[in-house]
Design a protein around this ligand. Structure first.
Ligand code: NAD
Ligand code: FE2
Length: 386
């Protein structure tokens, strides 16, 4: 456990079914008259932006919508959206969507107030000095928890790797968690993004950066997600399950904000960066095998996670409870019909060395894994997925 820990949290969180109705009050509290909504084509096409836009316009607020955020955007794509946003002299940015839209909105907000080049921010040559213009984040996947983290992830195509910008100045000013906005989230995205949220919570709980703040949110996230992910998948219109998932995802994000993800996310980055496998899916397929690899050094913590998941561990040793927890992860993935044929994505034995080299660069996360992950270990884990 870290000896020093801190958490910079979101200014205001409004949650619950129908909470989107509060949007105009939130914007008014920042005295913003011109705002830009950053979203993506899928969210736009699903009609989710209509209601907030109508409410804002009825309150006399000028709304401009940018709805072409690409999935898991590159540095250049985020720059293009930033230019489009700047053309509209806005005082506030609202991100509506999954992690792709929210991360883009976070970066655009700080590029308004900091004279930096995004590429230099990504490679660590530039630093943010000022907070961005005010933000409101409205997640519609559950999800990355990006609304609660100081992180924004961009793809750097020439390195075929996703890179995380981590800076407290990107923590959102306000968040609305309305489960009604996630009712029509397609089944496979519900499964993949829900597993991403579970990865965040589990990884933060076992991370070397784990601390009492992250433990509290991580355990609660594990409970909420474990009890509701199957219902959200099988019965998308179940509002109680959708609310659990949104809260669980945000709690996972809060855990990231004070702890860190570990080897699952590090090994996942090359799968996204080079082979464009969606973030949640690559994490989901890695999670059980990486936890199996960590078992020897995490027995007690895995036993805690088993209890949080509602697994019956009466009379079990910590090791047995830990094994039950790992088995539960395999079952969960099966129940959610999560599959990824890596060979069909062009990955084979010959691709492994490049993937290992790329993953080994993600020291920001690998260094927090409770067990050292060697290149041989990575090879073993990747091979299991082939
Ligand atoms: N900043 C962070 O802390 C953090 C953490 C984890 C992941 N990420 C990043 O977030 C990105 C992934 O985000 P994501 O998994 O949320 O996916 P996403 O934002 O790429 O969205 C996935 C798809 O879901 C659709 N969608 C979203 N909400 C919908 C809804 N309610 N109804 C119908 N369709 C909907 C979108 O149109 C899109 O096609 C990646 O770039 C990843 O690296 C960031
Ligand atoms: Fe993630």
């Amino acid at each position: 456990m870290s000896s020093l820990y801190s958490l910079l949290n979101i200014g205001k969180i409004i949650a619950g079914a129908g909470s989107i109705a509060q949007i105009a009050d939130v914007v008014a509290s920042f005295e913003a008259k011109n705002i830009v909504i950053i979203t993506d084509q899928g969210v736009w096409d699903s009609g989710l932006v209509e209601k907030p836009k109508t409410i804002l316009e009825a309150a006399g607020i000028n709304v401009h919508v940018i709805h072409d955020t690409p999935p898991e955007p590159t540095v250049d794509q985020v720059n293009a959206i930033c230019q489009a946003t700047k053309a509209f002299a806005c005082q506030m940015i609202i991100g509506i969507g999954g992690g792709s839209s929210i991360d883009t909105a976070k970066i655009v907000s700080v590029l308004f107030t900091n004279d930096v080049i995004l590429r230099e921010l990504v490679n660590g040559k530039a630093q943010l000095k000022r907070k961005g213009i005010p933000t409101l984040m409205i997640p519609t996947t559950a999800g990355t928890g990006a609304e609660a983290t100081p992180n924004a992830i961009v793809l750097v195509p020439e390195e075929e790797l996703k890179i995380g910008i981590v800076n407290e100045k990107m923590v959102s000013d306000s968040v609305i968690l309305d489960p009604e906005l996630t009712i029509n989230l397609p089944k496979h995205i519900t499964a993949n993004t829900g597993m991403d949220a579970l990865c965040h919570a589990i990884e933060c709980y076992i991370s070397k950066k784990a601390n009492p703040l992250s433990d509290t949110f991580a355990i609660k996230a594990i409970t909420l997600i474990s009890r509701s992910i199957r219902t959200a998948y099988n019965d998308g219109s179940n509002l109680a399950a959708r609310e659990d998932m949104l809260l669980g995802a945000m709690f996972g994000g809060i855990s990231i904000a004070t702890s860190s993800t570990t080897a699952v996310h590090a090994l996942s980055y090359p799968l996204g960066g080079k082979y464009h496998i969606p973030h949640g899916l690559s994490n989901a397929i890695l999670l059980p095998d990486v936890m199996k690899f960590n078992l020897d050094v995490c027995e007690e913590k895995f036993a805690d996670i088993a209890i949080a998941m509602g697994i019956d561990v009466k009379g079990c040793t910590a090791r047995d409870a830990a094994k039950k927890m790992i088995n539960n992860l395999y079952f969960m993935i099966k129940d959610l019909e999560i599959k990824c044929d890596l060979r069909a994505k062009g990955i084979n034995e010959e691709s492994l060395e490049d993937m290992i080299e790329a993953a080994a660069k993600v020291t920001r996360l690998l260094n927090n894994n409770p067990k050292i992950v060697t290149k041989d270990d990575m090879r073993m884990i990747y091979k299991k997925l082939l």
